[in-house]
Design a protein around this ligand. Structure first.
Ligand code: B12
Length: 425
């Protein structure tokens, strides 16, 4: 029997892995495999290739596809959804939006078609080794088993930078029974941590029942939420149901977001209930072009950290996506080669190489400064715990240490932040 081969582009990074979304798409059958190698296959032995493509994998996908039979290639995922025409020369079918019914979806007429979701089966977890999962989070030791689950898709909010509403602009929830089936399946691995991959988990009307079902796994739970959905009642319920950390988007501190009006209260509530706070923030390279702008930006950011006391912070450079409100403002700056750098850690909007390097270093440096400050040790938690968060930052510090340019910068930066309030107070 000919094979159906699932692949993700870019290839899964083993230092930051999770069950790939493609497991939801792949159909039942012994002839189905998920390959993490992205090697070349013999077209004669293959019925179809199911390729999930992120923007960072676009160029890698094109190269791979040009060596394979177009008639057998089906693509889907974020980039094909946002930018379908670009895939038509490489794939027989370009599937846009969510999809979990393989045959019903691919049997539709046309080059560019909408995926069909019927919510009848759990993802093909059996095709994937849970040991490939790794997450950089507080308290997780390297070998602790972690897993993830997705209970809804889509987001009705339209933050100007975010590509999630392009995949699905309304909230689509999976039936509770299906969640329970997934939980029962995943429980056999005895995971210590589980990440709920939903855009904004408490946005679902019945999220409490869902959380209760997931807490049956016995693992520490972390999830994305928005500050406006957190109150005494919701946070208390989370704590009672194994939530150990909530991820909130601080986003670009120079912009006002409606969802963040109550961010300070939300962080306090979480801490009062002994739940950790994970804050992701955005750095727009065009706003930190000069050293002066950068000093000002990071000094404001550090002030916010001191106010909100997050246990974990995570910086992401602004990545403009086609189809979002900000795209027109940035499209002239985005080249096809830049697609490879849509990994959140590259300041590719800055075209001067040396300046870009400075920005990338600074984003790391200020997080490092926060984690290693006496403020963090005394008012937040100890940093040197050898959890994956600590180990990752030690690794990054080693990497940055070995490049010439940052060494010089390091000295200058130390001088710039010397008087920052981040020391214990
Ligand atoms: C969990 C997650 C991860 C996990 C695992 C990814 C995964 N599940 O495969 C990890 C941590 C590894 C990860 C890494 C990265 N991620 Co990520 N990740 C997410 C997150 C939070 C959830 C994804 C998810 O599981 N959703 C639920 C599932 C059910 O939906 P889905 O992924 O959209 O999949 C459906 C459809 O896309 C479609 N589909 C998908 N593939 C295919 C293939 C075929 C053939 C078909 C027919 C259909 C189809 O059907 C699926 C089921 O309905 C999203 C944001 C979000 N909430 O969606 C970001 C997101 C998908 N990630 C993103 C990015 C950029 C990355 C990285 C490149 C780096 C980064 N973080 O910046 C890396 C590289 C990925 C890799 N292969 O290594 C972007 C994608 C942007 C883009 N336009 O390409 C998102 C949208 C975040 C964002 N807003 O920037 N990520």
């Amino acid at each position: 029997m000919k094979k159906i081969i699932g692949m993700t582009f870019p290839r899964q990074d083993t230092s930051l892995g999770l069950e790939p979304s493609l497991l939801t798409v792949l159909p039942a059958g012994d002839n189905v495999i998920y390959s993490m190698e992205n090697i070349d296959f013999d077209d004669d032995e293959v019925e179809n290739y199911a390729c999930s493509v992120y923007i960072t994998g676009m160029n890698e996908f094109k190269e791979w596809a040009s060596r394979h039979d177009r008639e057998k290639i089906i693509v889907g995922g974020y980039e094909p959804t946002i930018n379908p025409e670009e895939f038509v020369p490489f794939a027989k079918k370009v599937m846009v939006g969510p999809c979990d019914d393989w045959y019903a979806s691919i049997n539709q007429e046309g080059d560019i078609i909408k995926g069909i979701t019927t919510n009848k089966k759990i993802p093909r977890y059996d095709l994937y080794d849970i040991k490939n999962n790794q997450q950089i989070i507080p308290d997780k030791q390297k070998d602790d088993i972690c897993t993830s689950i997705n209970t809804s898709q889509g987001c009705p909010f339209k933050c100007d930078f975010c590509c999630s509403p392009l995949m699905c602009d309304k909230l689509m929830s999976k039936p509770l029974d299906l969640i329970k089936e997934e939980v029962a399946y995943l429980k056999q691995f005895n995971p210590k941590f589980v990440f709920i991959r939903d855009e904004n988990f408490p946005l679902q009307r019945d999220w409490k029942e869902r959380l209760q079902a997931i807490s049956e796994m016995g693992a520490k739970i972390y999830l994305f939420a928005s500050a406006n959905l957190l109150n005494e009642d919701t946070v208390k319920f989370m704590k009672e149901n194994n939530v150990y950390m909530v991820c909130l988007g601080l986003e670009d501190i120079t912009v006002d977001y409606a969802k963040n009006k109550t961010l300070d209260e939300a962080c306090n509530l979480l801490h009062d209930n002994d739940i950790m706070v994970y804050l992701s923030f955005i750095v727009n390279p065009l706003k930190v072009r000069t050293q002066e702008e950068s000093d000002d930006f990071y000094s404001r950011l550090l002030d916010r950290f001191v106010e909100l006391k997050p246990e974990m912070v995570c910086g992401n450079f602004l990545m403009p996506f086609r189809g979002t409100k900000i795209w027109d403002d940035y499209k002239e700056l985005v080249t096809e080669e830049d697609y490879n750098f849509y990994n959140s850690k590259s300041a590719f909007l800055e075209k001067d190489k040396e300046n870009r390097l400075r920005m990338e270093y600074e984003m790391f440096y200020y997080q490092w400064l926060y984690y290693t400050s006496s403020f963090y040790q005394e008012h937040v938690r100890p940093f040197n715990t050898e959890d994956t968060l600590n180990l990752r930052f030690l690794e990054l510090e080693e990497q940055f240490k070995s490049t010439e340019n940052p060494k010089v910068l390091r000295k200058e930066l130390k001088a710039n932040v010397r008087n920052k309030e981040i020391s214990s107070n």
